[in-house]
Design a protein around this ligand. Sequence first.
Ligand code: BES
Ligand code: ZN
Length: 395
Amino acid sequence: MKFHRTWITLGAVLFSMQAYSQSFWATIDKDVLSTMEKNQFFGEKGIKSTGDNIAVVEIDERNLGHLSSIMHEEFRRCGGFVRHDSLEEAMGVLDNEQFMKSMNKAEVANYTIDQDATVNTMIAQVQEMNIRSQIEKMSSFKNRYYKSSTGEDSQRYVFDTWSSLIQGRTDAKVEYFRHSGWGQPTVIMTLEGASSETIVLGGHADSIAGWMGGANATAPGADDNASGISTLTEVIRILMANNFQPQKTIKFMAYAAEEVGLLGSKEVAASFKKDNLNVIGVMQLDMTNFNGSQEDIVLMTDYTNEAQNQFIGSLIDHYLPGIKWGYDKCGYGCSDHASWHNQGYPASMPFESRKGAMNRNIHTSRDRLDVSGGHARHALKFSQMAIAFVVELDK
Ligand code: BES
Ligand code: ZN
C-alpha cells in the first residue's frame, strides 16, 4: 500500500514537472540569436520574428539554467531576454521598435540650461558621507531579493528614509506601488507641482547573487544598486533642504524586482502609460559608485532617448566641467530605463563606467562598498548631475 502510494506520488510529480516544463515568449537582442540557436534553447516555434535589433523567440523552460550560464560566460549578461506573458505582448515590442527609433530622437522637453544660481547652490551641498552611509545601510541587508523577507524589509527602510526626508511638506508623499506576483513593493516618492508634466528619477532597490539567486543568498548589492538608490536619496535630501518647490511633478522610484527581468518597473511604466500620465523625462541610476574608466559618467545609447542624452551631456559640461563623460551601450535592455523606453517615454541611463570597465563583482556576495574604495566619491558626481537634471527640466 505504502509502496503503491509512493509510485502514485512520483507519477504525479513527474506529470506536473511535464506540465511545468513549458515554453514562454521572450524578446532578445539579435546578437545572441545564433548562440541561442546553436545551444537549442528555443521551443518548438523557435524564432518567431526579427526586427532591427530585437527578435521574438520561444524559450523552453527546461533550458533556463544552461541558458543563464551561457549568457553569463559569453555575453556577461544575466538572463539576456525579457519574458512576456503572451506572443501578442512580445510582438508588440517588435512593432514598437520602428516607432521607437523615431521617438528615440525626439526632443520631448525644453533642453535649455539657465538655472545656474539654483543648481550651483544645490550641487555644492552634496555630501559624500551621506551617500556612503546610505550604501552601507542598504547593503547590510542579507539580500534585497524580490521574494525574500529581507527584500521587503529593505524597501520598508527606503520608505522610512524617504518619508523622514519629506517631513513637513504637504506637497510630498511616499507610497508603495504593490506588485501582485511577489512581496517586494516598489517605493515612490512624489513631489507635486502644479503641472501634470512628470519627471521620473529611479533605480532598482533589489539585489541578487549566485547562479540561481534566491532568497537565502548573501547579496549586498552595494554597487548594484544600493549606489543608485543612495545617490537619489541624497538628491531628495538636498531638494528638501533648499525647499525646492517644483513646477512639474517629480517622482523618485526605488523599483522592486529588476534583477529578475525588470519586472517591477515594467508594471510601473505600464500603469503610467495606461493612465496616460505625461512623463517628459526619465533618468535611471543603476550602478553609480565604481570608477572603472576614464569617463566618469557613461550614457547608454540603447533603449534611451538621444536628445535627452545630449541634454545630460550638456548639463555635465556646464555644471561639472571637471567630469569626463562619454557614450557606450548595454547591448540589451539592461535596466529599468528599458521599461520606460518600451512604453514610449524618453529615458536615459547614466552609468558608472564604460561597459567593459564595469564592476565585475556585481551579482555576487562580493558586491560590497570596499570594492569601490569604501567611499562614495564617484556616486557623488551622479547626485550632482541628477540635481541639474531635475532643476533644469522642471522649468
Ligand atoms: N545593473 C545591472 C545592469 C548593468 C550591468 C548595466 C552591467 C550595465 C552594465 C542590472 O541590475 C542587471 O543585472 N540587469 C540584467 C538584465 C535584466 C533584464 C535582468 C543584466 O544585465 O543581466
Ligand atoms: Zn542593477
